[in-house]
Design a protein around this ligand. Structure first.
Ligand code: IPE
Ligand code: IPE
Ligand code: MG
Length: 261
């Protein structure tokens, strides 16, 4: 995506964060960055606050990460917001999160219009409360013809459920005689995932120090570079994002082959 150098330079004008814009190569910014936003609860608990306050603070971090992604010219920015397993949390917390998703989306629509961002969702939205579902649909409709960055929110997302659903779809097509079993290859399966048509993530960031995938994009992360930071999600800033990109750019990606540089 084209980068507005002046905007980007002023966005990163401040020093003293242990990283600077000059530490990264703007020509090698990852096309798809994905984040497992974790640590909201711990952030709040450490301050003697209710976990819900951590989720509210997490929204500010997400807005900044969306803006940073746009400024850096990332093509696809995706985030894990609610897993199929997160329904196990206390009803009060789940209700708050569903409410927060809807409210945030309405509030951020002007930003998506201004930045030409196209919204997508990964996950089964049918189980969400009606208001949340309606607001999500409105977001999809209103941004459908935007041509800038794709911003994907994974909500009620589980990778195993996603793969099972894709397999079921393929089976139904075979049963209906529309597809032959030998046509089932990696592309056929990929094209039935929520991420159909998108490049796989180049960089996966997880905050709060946890070294696990928690059922996120198991298929799509096959060759993704991982970056785990101890920073809790509400504290994740544009500088932390830059550090992750600098780390990504210092790696040599091989995809099973030999080093190419
Ligand atoms: C991530 O923060 C947000 C969601 C899963 C919705 P957590 O709520 O998991 O925070 P911790 O991991 O308990 O600190
Ligand atoms: C992963 O975080 C899911 C999201 C960030 C939405 P969790 O906090 O739910 O993951 P676990 O339970 O620690 O693995
Ligand atoms: Mg967590």
């Amino acid at each position: 995506m084209p980068v507005d150098i002046d905007k980007l330079t002023s966005y990163y004008a401040e020093g003293g964060h242990g990283v600077a814009l000059s530490d990264i190569d703007l020509k090698r910014v990852p096309r798809h960055v994905s984040i497992i936003m974790d640590g909201n609860g711990r952030w709040a608990t450490a301050r003697g606050l209710d976990r819900s306050k951590g989720h509210v603070a997490g929204v500010d971090a997400l807005r900044e990460a969306v803006t940073t992604s746009v400024r850096l010219g990332v093509e696809v920015f995706s985030v894990y917001a609610f897993s199929t397993e997160n329904w196990r949390r206390p009803k009060r917390e789940v209700d708050l999160l569903m409410h927060l998703f809807a409210t945030t989306l309405v509030n951020e629509l002007p930003l998506f219009h201004q930045e030409n961002v196209r919204l997508l969702f990964f996950g089964d939205l049918t189980r969400l409360p009606e208001r949340t579902r309606k607001v999500f649909q409105r977001g999809l409709d209103e941004t459908a013809d935007h041509t800038g960055m794709v911003f994907a929110l994974a909500v009620n997302y589980g990778s195993r459920a996603e793969i099972a659903r894709a397999a079921r779809e393929l089976a139904e097509e075979v049963a209906a005689g529309a597809l032959s079993p030998d046509e089932i290859d990696e592309d056929a399966l990929s094209s039935r995932l929520y991420t159909a048509g998108l490049p796989d993530p180049d960089l996966l960031i997880r905050t709060s120090g946890e070294m696990r995938l928690s059922n996120y994009l198991l298929w799509q992360l096959a060759y993704t570079e991982f970056y785990v930071t101890n920073t809790l999600w509400p504290d994740f800033s544009r500088w932390d994002y830059l550090k992750a990109i600098a780390s990504y750019q210092a790696r040599s990606r091989r995809f099973g082959g030999v080093v190419s540089r």
